[in-house]
Design a protein around this ligand. Structure first.
Ligand SMILES: [Zn+2]
Length: 207
């Protein structure tokens, strides 16, 4: 099994991690949020099936005491990984099937045992904690979070473990503290919320 640094290097080579450049990432609610020099592109994880599978297996290895009955993705973006994770976890625990749902496109399922919330990239954890609250309100018991990439420093959310394939703290700064902004370095408009950020400042139209 490859070490974290080896995987990070591989992510950089495959442009799953982009940078260093000037990126604006979301605030977790679809709005432009803080600025950062490294961007993790969730869509890129799927381009290499072998690497994607390796990352999913790293999550499965961290399950230990967790044996989810249901896996829930906060949105459709994370659904392919959640499904693969469901298959591999069911295989590991020798159970027939772990149902997988997306909170974006599926109705919330009926409570049926422990729930794992899977989000491909945990940037701040807001999507995951929002999913947690929705599931809690529907009577579910969430026992853990999982992610292909955790970029926050915290190892837990709401006191529950984050089972991540790869963890690396990637700092973010508010716009007013951004050294790239101060130096007039252009914002990357192709990734994250850069285009919306520029549009809000009247510097670019969103197509
Ligand atoms: Zn900036």
């Amino acid at each position: 099994m490859r070490g974290v640094q080896e995987l990070i290097d591989e992510f950089m080579r495959r442009r799953i991690i982009l940078g260093p450049d000037h990126f604006v990432i979301g605030d977790g609610f679809g709005n432009p949020g803080p600025h950062t020099s490294l961007y993790v592109d969730p869509g890129r994880f799927y381009r290499d099936r072998e690497l994607h599978h390796e990352c999913v297996m790293r999550i499965v290895e961290r399950m230990n005491g967790h044996r989810p009955a249901i896996i829930v993705a906060p949105d459709d973006q994370s659904l392919p990984t959640a499904r693969l994770l469901g298959r591999e976890t069911a295989g590991r625990f020798r159970i027939a099937k772990i149902p997988v749902f997306s909170l974006e496109s599926d109705p919330i399922p009926a409570p049926a045992g422990d729930v794992l919330v899977h989000d491909d990239v945990i940037t701040f954890g807001r999507q995951s904690t929002t999913a947690y609250r929705k599931l809690l309100a529907a009577g579910h018991r969430v026992v853990a979070f999982s992610s292909l990439f955790r970029r926050i420093e915290e190892e837990t959310l709401l006191g529950l473990p984050i089972l991540a394939a790869v963890e690396r703290t990637l700092p973010t700064v508010p716009e007013e503290d951004c050294p790239f902004c101060a130096d007039g370095i252009p914002v990357d408009s192709a990734h994250g919320k850069g285009a919306i950020f520029l549009a809000m400042r009247g510097e670019m139209r969103v197509s």
